[in-house]
Design a protein around this ligand. Structure first.
Ligand code: GLA
Length: 729
């Protein structure tokens, strides 16, 4: 059993294969956090907490003569609010008597087999492996609010999930102002934080900073998890690196407005609070009602590589769902960067025919296929094929593409509406607009108010209608603006603070209904590239378009940052044209192929305009990717170079699950004259096994891992090498 309760001490011990999490109900009934780290046997980890008088940190009434006891210095599992803990809080509410205070005391707990689910929200699920759930109920009897803390312990995966249910057990309305998914404390130690910031076309750039005294806030209020701050952070020892040093991952499984606060307090303790962004949040919790928070996926590991492996495994096996979870993803050609809005049936068919000849398996028709969509100013909302561009209709085109032996995929942006659309003309109140105010426009489009049931129903009918009518194997589901003017014309003014979160409850339900009704359709998430790349979306779309920046050299950094939390099988990556359309950079097709292979792999360029040599290379790339895909998608990734180093190359490696095969990738990002040799030490091989290295020589795993491998001099425009390492003995 991975969860124990020690009656005599009030202690909870949660254990995974390599980690231990401890907490304790203290003499006041508060749930104290004791420890999260490596496994430490039966040790009761309350001993480091020898408390003493902390000056201006006050004491609960019953402890008024024990000045050493203070909520302001104690590590806690879920914080109080307004009663003398002045650090960031996991909860805020206002009550009918006007008070704004709450503190939660232990009431009971329950340990159950299997993993809990969260009503209305995606969560990590178990596949029959050893998983247990702990539910601890805390209560504030003065305001009649119960807090149920959920812990899911995935023993073999070294993962602990957390979520919270807040229940109004009184008779009056409680107005929730903040309802975080967890509080995690690291009471001792010196920590760096790694977070993943960015912008459109440059998502998930890792930044490592030492924690200062005060609060670091990483958040999104853009109505999406955002290009700017991914809902994922790592806290690690100051000297932690890929291979060693304690590392903690905090990943929020949520796609809407989120906030993570990391506070280093006056006593150097670190508190992490994460969850739905409380800015502009206000939720009416009626008598007897529950509010469920999104889930947090926690892991603790030695070294950043192990931390990433833990996330890759759990996302691949316990987050992603459906038929495509662990199976081959079709190699696709997308027409966006080949034609943009300028689609004709002839152009599409010419690209599709070439694609088939090269070994591509699916054609994806991107933006521009529907009525009134000749640029990005109009047409969103109606989803009727444009018969000027497609004279034989969408079904005529699909039939031709299918006849070639290709599957067909379609782009949609269902959450949006253009003012110039039949949908908007019929239902202007379905768009998010604030009263008496011209809405802020972005890409000249508005966001539909998905918190409204009619909008949800309309979208379900429209998308399921398309999927029933046409032979569609794949949907690219886009979302091309941030949400502003958050306001629903369908709910009363005091409850407008619920709209942003209700939007996501409705979106998740929509995705849930569609993926259940059409299990054979592969969904790829997208939001102007990777603006909604998060574990919440991955519960429905097994892959997400990683960035609108398809330049392989930019992608190296974007995919590097993404790789800390998310596995290659979730990363939408395509070979595009050179010069690249976003950066103007020229790169060889081989380099573009090497970089895109570290994702779901596809093409997004005009195949009909390529030279015979490029086409021959594409043919080889596709055959090669099909051979390598099981290792890249299910094996282990090792980052062999650090983006922060001033190296002139990037190196990374995959190792198959059975360690019989590895792939070493290198891309020169800044070719130098007479440079030091590029030398890397391989990782993750079997030390005693003998491997063939690129068919050139044979070598033991131990030698490759300790002595390393030296690349021949690489010159020219961004050259890349892919080296096969195959076990022979
Ligand atoms: C977004 C996507 C692109 C493309 C365009 C179409 O920017 O990220 O891949 O689909 O929309 O408008």
């Amino acid at each position: 059993m991975s969860i124990r309760f020690v009656d005599s001490t009030g202690q909870f011990v949660l254990e995974t294969a390599d980690t231990c999490y401890q907490m304790k109900v203290d003499e006041m009934g508060y749930l104290q956090h004791l420890y999260y780290g490596s496994k430490i046997g039966q040790n009761d980890m309350s001993y480091p907490f020898r408390t003493y008088d902390h000056g201006f940190s006050g004491n609960p009434y019953e402890m008024r003569l024990n000045r050493a006891y203070s909520l302001d210095s104690m590590a806690q599992e879920f914080t109080s609010f307004g009663v003398g803990d002045y650090r960031v809080t996991s909860f805020r509410a206002s009550f009918s008597d006007g008070s704004r205070c709450a503190e939660f005391h232990y009431v009971s707990h329950e340990i159950v087999e299997g993993k809990y689910a969260i009503p209305g929200l995606p969560s990590v699920y178990d596949n029959g492996e050893s998983v247990h759930t702990l539910i601890i109920t805390l209560k504030d009897f003065a305001v009649n609010v119960e807090v149920k803390l959920y812990y899911g312990v995935f023993e073999e995966l070294n993962i602990i999930t957390r979520a919270v249910e807040i229940v109004n057990t009184g008779k009056d309305i409680v107005w929730l102002r903040k309802a975080s998914s967890m509080c995690l404390e690291l009471p001792f130690g010196k920590w760096d934080m790694i977070h993943f910031h960015g912008r459109h076309c440059m998502e998930r750039q890792p930044e490592r900073v030492p924690l200062f005294h005060g609060v670091h806030t990483l958040s999104s209020g853009r109505g999406m998890s955002s290009h700017q701050h991914n809902p994922f952070i790592i806290l690690c020892d100051r000297d932690a690196n890929e291979d060693a040093g304690k590392c903690y991952g905090v990943m929020l499984m949520y796609s809407g407005n989120h906030k993570t606060e990391v506070e280093r307090d006056q006593f150097d303790g670190v508190r992490i609070v994460t969850g739905v962004n409380d800015d502009r949040f206000r939720w009416e919790l009626t008598a007897g009602a529950s509010f469920y928070t999104p889930e947090v996926i926690l892991t603790c590991a030695d070294g950043l590589t192990q931390l990433s492996h833990n996330y890759h495994r759990v996302i691949r096996r316990n987050v992603v769902r459906g038929e495509y979870k662990l199976s081959h993803r079709p190699v696709l050609i997308n027409n966006w960067e080949a034609t943009y809005f300028d689609i004709t049936e002839e152009k599409v068919m010419a690209i599709a025919e070439k694609a088939k000849a090269l070994g591509i398996e699916m054609f994806v028709l991107d933006d521009g296929w529907f009525k009134n969509r000749n640029d990005d100013n109009a047409g969103l909302g109606d989803w009727v094929p444009d018969t000027d561009k497609l004279p034989n209709g969408l079904d005529g085109l699909i039939a031709k593409i299918n006849a070639l032996g290709l599957r067909f995929g379609l782009w949609i942006e269902p959450e949006m509406v253009s003012e110039d659309s039949d949908l908007f003309r019929a239902h202007p109140d379905w768009a998010m607009t604030a009263p008496n105010r011209a809405p802020m426009m972005s890409r000249n489009q508005l966001v539909l108010d998905l918190s409204r049931q009619e909008v949800h129903d309309y979208l379900f009918a429209t998308i399921s209608g398309l999927l029933e009518k046409y032979n569609i194997s794949y949907i690219k589901w886009d979302f091309n603006r941030s949400i502003s003017d958050v306001y629903s014309h369908s709910i009363p003014s005091p409850r407008q603070g619920e709209v942003a979160h209700r939007y996501y409850l409705s979106l998740y339900k929509l995705y849930d209904r569609l993926t259940k009704q059409f299990p054979y359709v592969l969904f790829e998430g997208c939001a102007g590239g990777g603006g909604r790349f998060d574990a919440g979306m991955l519960a429905y779309s097994p892959q997400i378009w990683c960035s609108d920046n398809t330049d392989p050299i930019s992608r190296l950094k974007i995919q590097y940052g993404t790789s800390f939390g998310y596995p290659a099988c979730t990363v939408g990556a395509h070979v595009s044209a050179s010069p690249n359309h976003q950066t103007g950079r020229k790169t060889p097709i081989h380099t573009r192929g090497v970089v895109a292979m570290s994702g779901t792999f596809g093409y997004e360029l005009d195949l009909t305009a390529l030279s015979d040599e490029d086409c021959a290379q594409i043919k080889e790339q596709i055959a090669r990717f099909k051979e390598l895909e099981p290792m890249i998608h299910s094996g282990k990734l090792y980052r062999l170079s650090r983006m922060s180093d001033s190296t002139h190359y990037v190196a990374w490696q995959y190792v198959s699950e059975d360690q019989d095969r590895a792939l070493l990738n290198i891309v020169v990002t800044n070719p130098l004259a007479n440079s030091a040799p590029v030398h890397v030490r391989l990782k993750g091989l079997l030390p005693d096994a003998v491997y063939s290295v690129g068919g050139e020589f044979e070598c033991r795993g131990a030698a490759l891992m300790s002595g390393g491998y030296t690349f021949p001099r690489l010159t020219g425009d961004y050259p890349a090498v892919q080296l096969d390492i195959i076990r022979i003995k």
